[in-house]
Design a protein around this ligand. Structure first.
Ligand SMILES: Nc1ncnc2c1ncn2[C@@H]1O[C@H](COP(=O)(O)OP(=O)(O)OP(=O)(O)O)[C@@H](O)[C@H]1O
Ligand SMILES: [Mg+2]
Length: 353
């Protein structure tokens, strides 16, 4: 990773007018992606993710704002220069968009059909198929491949023109979790080996967690939060971000179960259900011992999880803490002073039901 910007979107608006209705799909979004980043853009359906990334190669002209890619002002290029610039921005999609009547090799070689001699093209295609681990499928047809293999073909095709940027728009959304992981691993390897900059659009923070170094969260056409992966995961500021993270770290799933049993937990006023989040090497066991020794507070762990993000451990615990009310306060203060984020959990009536 360097600090050299490869994509600079400034104050981008995209407004659609449809049958008398106005949709502000992207609102005043600025985004800088550095060379070598794997930048995640996460948001629910309709947040404006696809519209925003289509602005990068001007597939979607913005209503306002500026777009600089690789130092070029994309909005003021001649058609010929725009075509050239676009070849350096590869794209992959959820539905692969392969040509069913052509072989795998022909699909991959398609973007090169006017550019290279037959021999050079065959060599290039063989190299690309090798890169994505599909050499033996060269003469097969898309219908003979699994979803994961099809996406590998799409990736090989997207790399045919040696792009510097790869935009992945929900490329793993149609795949099962294991296949998703293998595709994400491939993107990560291409990022490392080829220096490829990746913009990864997804509605799953899980995917972001696996390979991204940076992430932006979109809601209603705006980027509501952004930053490097570890700080977003350890210090999310917006509830939506926290929600995405809680799903990716299985906390929401655990909470659902815990809330269902909340009445069984039968908490007294000397007990509190809390979530503890901590970053770095500090582990749960010494903390819990410390809270007991110092404040007579007993912590009963209901759920625990440690994620390794970019080599940094990020821990999550859901515990019932029991103790004298003022001692509980002291214990929480102690946690906070130790850099541990505390969230007091309270099952709402609907969640208990
Ligand atoms: N060509 C278009 N004409 C009119 N409205 C559009 C057009 N393209 C997108 N929109 C609207 O813009 C908003 C953002 O759409 P967009 O496809 O960018 O969302 P998204 O975050 O990619 O969603 P998803 O996760 O479902 O792919 C939506 O309200 C959508 O209906
Ligand atoms: Mg989309």
């Amino acid at each position: 990773m360097t600090n050299e910007a490869i994509i600079e979107l400034k104050n981008i608006d995209v407004t659609f007018h449809n049958k008398g209705q106005t949709v502000n799909a992207v609102k005043d979004v600025s985004l800088t992606v550095n060379r070598g980043d794997i930048y995640g853009v996460v948001g629910y359906s309709g947040a404006g993710k696809s519209t925003l990334v289509r602005v990068i190669n001007r597939l979607q002209p913005p209503t306002a704002g500026t777009v600089v890619v690789n130092g070029q002002d994309i909005l003021h290029l001649t058609p010929r220069k725009l075509r050239a610039a676009r070849t350096k921005i590869g794209m992959i999609f959820q539905h692969f968009n392969l040509m069913d009547a052509r072989t795998i090799a022909d699909n991959v070689g398609y973007p090169l059909r006017f550019r290279l001699s037959k021999k050079n093209r065959q060599e290039k295609v063989a190299h690309l198929l090798d890169l994505v681990g599909l050499s033996e499928k060269a003469n097969d047809y898309p219908a003979q491949l699994s979803g994961g293999q099809k996406q590998r073909v799409a990736i090989a095709r997207a790399l045919a023109n040696d792009p510097e940027i790869l935009i992945s728009d929900e490329a793993t959304s149609a795949l099962d979790p294991k296949t998703t992981s293998s595709i994400l691993e491939l993107l990560k390897r291409l990022n490392k080996e080829l220096g490829l900059t990746v913009v990864l659009i997804t509605h799953e923070m899980e995917a972001v967690k696996e390979i991204c170094n940076k992430v932006a969260v979109m809601e209603s056409g705006e980027i509501i939060e952004r930053g490097d992966l570890v700080s977003i995961f350890s210090q999310p500021k917006k509830p939506l971000t926290q929600d995405f993270i809680n799903t990716a770290t299985q906390i929401n799933q655990a909470l659902e179960k815990i809330y269902k049993q909340a009445s069984a937990l039968n908490l007294s006023d000397h007990q509190q259900l809390v979530q503890l989040q901590y970053v770095g090497a500090s582990t749960d066991a010494p903390l819990i011992t410390e809270l007991y020794k110092r404040y007579d507070v007993v912590s009963n762990i209901l759920y625990g999880n440690v994620e390794i993000l970019q080599d940094t451990p990020l821990g999550n615990l859901i515990v019932v803490m029991s103790g004298e009310p003022d001692k509980l306060q002291d214990a929480w203060q102690y946690c906070q002073d130790a850099g541990i984020k505390i969230t007091h959990l309270k099952p709402t009536d609907s969640e208990v039901a």
